[in-house]
Design a protein around this ligand. Structure first.
Ligand code: SF4
Ligand code: SF4
Ligand code: SF4
Length: 420
C-alpha cells in the first residue's frame, strides 16, 4: 500500500469518530451540532444545563414539529460539498486551493465528513427521536458519517432495529455500573429506572450487532465497532473506572472517558477532582490498558487514550445555530465565560464555511497560535496534547471572529517544559 502521509504522532486509540487521528487537510472535516435540549435527566455535570422540555422558538429545529431540513441545508450540504471538492482535487490543488499541508494531500481512500449530535439534550428523547432519525438518514444520504451521544435509556428493540442498518455510532452514557451511583450521576433518585433501562439498552444494542464490525473492510463506511460508552472521571466513579474500561475492551466497545468540562451545571459540580487525583486515575487506566490489552498511549489532561485535535478539523453549532470553534467555546455567562462566536447558520448556506475561514480560525486556532504555558510545553510537538479551548485557554480573555491570536493559555498539570 502506498504511504499516504508521515506523522511523528504516537499511536492512539480512536475515542470518537476520528478524534485524535484526523490529519490536518486544510478543510473542515467534522461538525458537532446540537438539537433541542429535551432531556428527562438532570446530570450535575451537564455542560449545557439541559433538563425538561425545550420550547425555545430560537432553536434551529423550530417549535412543535421539528424540522430536519435546516440542518441538511445549512450544515450537511456545505460540509459534504467541501469534502467532495477536496476529494475530487489533485494533491497539488489540495495544497493550493485548500491550504492542505503537502504531507497530508494524498490519501488511499476518500476523506469522509463526520458529524455528531452531542449530548446537549437527549437525541432519542420522545420529543427528539424522529428528528434524530431523520438527521441520521439525511447525513448518510450525503455520505457523511454520524455519531450520536445518548443516555441510552430510550433505546428499545424497535429503535435499535431502525438504527442497525444506518451508518451511525452510538456513544452511550455509562458513568457507573452501580445503580445508586449511576442514578445519582444522572441527577436521579437511587431507585430511578434510568440505570436499569440504560443497562438493558446496552444489551439490546449488542444483540443488534452494534459492537461488531460494520461495512466492508477497506471501504470508507467500515467501522470496527459502532458502539461506545461515555463518562467523565469523577469523585463517585473513580474507584470503578478500571471496571468500566474492561467492560468496553472485552466487548469491542469504544471507551470515551474525559475530564469534566466546566460549563453550565458542571461549573459547580461537586464531582470534579483535583489535578493529582485525575492524573492518578488516568495513570491506572493507562497501565491497565497496556498490561491487559497491549494498548499504549500517553496521558493527556482531557481524554483517556488520545489528544483532542479538533482545533484543526472541527466546528460546533449550538441549538440556536450559533457556530463556535468547539464545545469549549460556547458561552457560560454565569461563570463569566464569553463565547467565541463565528456566526449563525440560520438561512445562510455560506455561514459554515465562512466560519471555518474566519480570521480567528485561520490565524489563531487552526495554526495553533498559542502563548503562555501551553506554548512552552513539548507535548503539542509530540501530538500528545494540543491544549484545550475549553479547559486550558484563558477563558477570561475575550476572543472574537476577527481575533488573530496568539491565544492565551493557562497550562495544566501535564505540562512538560522544554529544557532551557
Ligand atoms: S448531560 Fe445529557 S443526559 Fe445529562 S442532563 Fe445534560 S443533556 Fe441530559
Ligand atoms: S479543545 Fe477541549 S473543549 Fe474543544 S473539543 Fe477539544 S477537548 Fe473539547
Ligand atoms: S500545558 Fe497545555 S499543551 Fe501542555 S499538556 Fe497542558 S494543556 Fe497540553
Amino acid at each position: 500500500m502506498e504511504e499516504t502521509f508521515e506523522t511523528n504522532e504516537p499511536p492512539r486509540q480512536i475515542v470518537q469518530a476520528g478524534l485524535g487521528t484526523t490529519p490536518d487537510r486544510g478543510i473542515l472535516q467534522s461538525v458537532w451540532f446540537e438539537i433541542p435540549g429535551n432531556c428527562d435527566l438532570d446530570c450535575p455535570y451537564c455542560f449545557c444545563a439541559s433538563g425538561g422540555l425545550d420550547n425555545d422558538p430560537e432553536n434551529v429545529a423550530g417549535v412543535g414539529t421539528y424540522e430536519w431540513k435546516p440542518y441538511e441545508e445549512f450544515i450537511f450540504k456545505p460540509l459534504a460539498k467541501q469534502i467532495r471538492d477536496w476529494n475530487d482535487a489533485s494533491p497539488e490543488e489540495r495544497v493550493e486551493r485548500f491550504g492542505c499541508p503537502p504531507e497530508n494531500a494524498k490519501t488511499d481512500e476518500p476523506v469522509r465528513g463526520k458529524i455528531a449530535i452531542p449530548g446537549a439534550g437527549e437525541p432519542f428523547h420522545p420529543k427528539n427521536r424522529e428528528l434524530a432519525l431523520s438527521l441520521i438518514r439525511s447525513a448518510n444520504s450525503l455520505g457523511l458519517h454520524m455519531t450520536v451521544f445518548t443516555t441510552g435509556h430510550w433505546i428499545d428493540e424497535s429503535l435499535a432495529a431502525e438504527l442497525a442498518p444506518l451508518d451511525v455510532v452510538l456513544l452511550v452514557k455509562r458513568n457507573s455500573a452501580r445503580k445508586e451511583v449511576q442514578n445519582k450521576l444522572a441527577g436521579m433518585s437511587p431507585n430511578h429506572t434510568f440505570f436499569d433501562r440504560r443497562e438493558a439498552a446496552l444489551k439490546t444494542l449488542m444483540a443488534a450487532g452494534f459492537n461488531k464490525p460494520f461495512g466492508e473492510p477497506g471501504s470508507p463506511a467500515y467501522q470496527k465497532t459502532r458502539m461506545g460508552v461515555v463518562t467523565s472521571i469523577m469523585k463517585e466513579n473513580l474507584d470503578e473506572l478500571e471496571g468500566l474500561l474492561r467492560f468496553a475492551r472485552e466487548n469491542n466497545i469504544i471507551f470515551d472517558c474525559d475530564t469534566i468540562l466546566e460549563r453550565g451545571r458542571a461549573g459547580e459540580c461537586q464531582q470534579r477532582l483535583t489535578d493529582k487525583t485525575t492524573e492518578l486515575g488516568f495513570r491506572k487506566l493507562q497501565h491497565l490498558d497496556r498490561d491487559l490489552y497491549g494498548r499504549s498511549w500517553e496521558i493527556s489532561a482531557t481524554y483517556v487514550g488520545t489528544a483532542c485535535d479538533r482545533y484543526r478539523h472541527h466546528l460546533y453549532i449550538d441549538k440556536r445555530g450559533t457556530i463556535h470553534p468547539c464545545v469549549g467555546c460556547i458561552a457560560d455567562e454565569e461563570h463569566g465565560i464569553k463565547a467565541i462566536d463565528l456566526g449563525n447558520i440560520k438561512e445562510d448556506t455560506h455561514a459554515l464555511m465562512d466560519a471555518w475561514n474566519a480570521p480567528v480560525m485561520r490565524k489563531a486556532i487552526r495554526p495553533w497560535n498559542y502563548e503562555g504555558p501551553c506554548s512552552e510545553c513539548t507535548l503539542p510537538d509530540k501530538g500528545v496534547c494540543f491544549s484545550c479551548l475549553g479547559r486550558f485557554r484563558d477563558c477570561t480573555v475575550e476572543l472574537n471572529r476577527e481575533s488573530t491570536g496568539p491565544i492565551p493559555s493557562i497550562g495544566c498539570w501535564n505540562q512538560t517544559v522544554k529544557p532551557k
